[in-house]
Design a protein around this ligand. Structure first.
Ligand code: XMP
Length: 533
């Protein structure tokens, strides 16, 4: 196993992720663990290497240092950014506040004579020096090597951008190998964990289940847990995982607001109750939601109503479960499918964003209000890892690789006032669109569902004239929306094949009585958003 000591960088979990990608088991622990703790941790002989992460702070601002034992155990150590600076300082070198700050892309001359960098380069200079394209983010720099170290990498602004003491297997880099902007980052981390630490690459997502199950059991003990199941990827995977760990001590609450996709509620119940035998309380609240939405057409007002009601309904159920009944003593934990990007977002820049473009509803703050403890077993995982975990837990691929679906559901895909009649039409049209996206493939055999990041149908409450058979029709319009994006912050509309659009349009108009016109949305984000409301 590999131990990652976290000095507080925003990207520490990315190091863990890269180590997992090398199929090596790792754990992240805070940097202020004691030397005794580290020795105890290493006692079973399985600890093969230690990585010291970066930090948002400078070695001058904070006094976080690695426990001395890190450098005394005789196992390889890799310092990254702040991790390099603290390593240098603790072993007798010098760090100075930099006058030139380096942020972002940099080209580093890699002195390829070290085991860590041998043969790893992006290009060579005319003089034959190996170069790496990396991502840097630092103000301070190491200005004097500790004894026994040699320079391993350099930039004009940072002559010691990497250092190594190969006799002790201590390595350090000023840049961030864990971020994808560092082109050879994974190669470098693989070299460290596999070749230098000689950790065995036998870790797979399946092992994660065992580790996570053990942790959940330990945390929960014989108490009970409530989880809000939405049918989305994160809450589904969290539910499946927690259910694996504690079985009937988990109760899921599935609030059906009447704004779900065709058959979605039944599919969720089939999966969780039918196949996994989990306890799920399905609350049919569609009348409540549609009732409160009647007459409301302003998008933000609609979102607030849906979000607010959702919390009310969930709270009511949670309070009942908390109180317990004859057979149950009552729940003490609230589980959430929070994943790592959510953790960063809520602590990071996004929460400071000044303008609300769309108020995304989530159930933040609920555990405190309900007086429940929080259980978040996916907190350290990235989206694609959560999906992989879901498949390993036996959830169907279609569920786990589904496009994202907004919390307010069809409520933001029916423009203006939401009515049951509109929702029913939209559900059927959307199901046809999604079905055909799964049927059509490109030259490589990939389906258009997988080739797009998000695709859905929008209901436009306007009527247009058409002709069907011998008669005139005067019916509603829908818009198809399909986008490609990597982060959902910007997006391009997908160039779907005409044959696919033709098939979808033909089927919707013929099969969904009440819709006589289909349009395709060719707006990118920005300036449009992905959803229409
Ligand atoms: P926009 O429309 O802002 O959407 O370009 C970006 C992504 O966010 C999703 N979205 C939501 N997700 N609750 C959610 O959980 C919401 O209220 C919400 N609004 C938008 C949208 O589907 C897209 O993936």
């Amino acid at each position: 196993k590999i131990l990652i000591l976290d000095f507080g960088s925003q990207v520490t979990q990315l190091i863990a992720r890269r180590v997992r990608e090398a199929h090596v088991f790792c754990e992240v622990h805070p940097c202020d663990v004691s030397s005794d703790w580290v020795r105890e941790y290493a006692k079973d002989g399985n600890l093969k290497g230690i990585i010291l992460s970066g930090s948002h702070a400078s070695v001058y601002e904070v006094d976080d240092r690695a426990p001395d034992a890190v450098f005394e155990l005789g196992i390889p150590v890799l310092g990254i950014c702040y991790g390099m600076q603290t390593m240098a300082e603790q072993l007798g070198g010098k760090v100075e506040a930099g006058h030139t700050r380096e942020f972002g892309y940099a080209e580093v001359r890699a002195h390829g004579h070290t085991e860590l960098l041998k043969g790893i380069e992006d290009f060579a200079t005319p003089e034959g020096h190996g170069m790496l394209k990396v991502w840097m983010s630092h103000g301070d720099k190491v200005t004097q090597l500790p004894e026994g170290f040699k320079v391993m990498a350099s930039t004009p602004a940072c002559p010691i951008a990497g250092m190594a003491d190969e006799s002790r297997h201590f390595y350090a880099v000023q840049f961030h190998p864990e971020v994808t902007h560092t082109v050879q980052g994974q190669a470098l981390l693989n070299r460290f964990v596999l070749d230098i630490c000689k950790a065995s690459p036998d870790w797979i997502m399946g092992n994660y289940i065992e580790e996570a199950v053990a942790k959940i059991r330990e945390q929960v003990g014989d108490e009970e847990v409530i989880l809000g199941l939405s049918g989305g990827v994160d809450s589904s995977v969290a539910a499946a995982l927690i259910h694996r760990a504690i079985g009937d001590k988990l109760t899921c609450v599935f609030v059906d607001h009447g704004l779900l996709r065709l058959n979605e509620g039944d599919m969720v119940m089939d999966m969780f109750v039918g196949k996994l035998h989990a306890k799920v309380i399905r609350v049919d609240a569609s009348d409540l939601f549609l009732g409160k939405l009647a007459g409301v057409s302003e998008p933000e007002a609609k979102r607030k109503i849906i979000g607010g009601l959702f919390v009310d309904v969930f709270k009511e159920q949670a309070a009942k479960l908390k109180a317990g009944d004859g057979g149950h003593k009552g729940a003490t934990f609230l589980a959430q499918g929070t994943i790592y990007p959510d953790v960063i977002e809520s602590g990071g820049a996004k929460s400071k964003k000044a303008v609300t473009i769309k108020s995304h509803h989530n159930v933040g703050g609920l555990p405190e209000q309900l007086g429940l403890k929080l259980l978040e077993p996916l907190r350290e995982l990235f989206k694609d890892e959560v999906r992989e975990l879901g498949v390993a837990l036996g959830l169907p691929r279609e569920m786990v690789y589904r496009h994202p679906f907004p919390g307010p559901g069809l409520g933001v895909r029916i423009l203006g006032e939401v009515k049951k009649e509109y929702a029913d039409l939209l559900r059927r049209a959307d199901a046809i669109f999604i079905e055909e996206l799964r049927n059509f493939t490109d030259e490589s055999g990939k389906t258009w569902y997988d080739l797009t990041s998000q695709a859905f149908t929008v209901f436009l409450p306007v009527k247009s004239v058409g002709v069907m058979g011998d008669g005139r029709t005067y019916d509603y319009v829908v818009a198809l929306r399909a986008v490609q994006t990597s982060d959902f912050m910007t997006a391009d509309w997908a160039e779907l094949p005409y044959a696919l659009l033709k098939k979808v349009s033909g089927r919707i108009i013929n099969e969904v009585r009440g819709i006589n016109r289909v349009t395709y949305d060719v707006s990118s984000k920005p300036p449009a958003t992905i959803e229409w409301e």
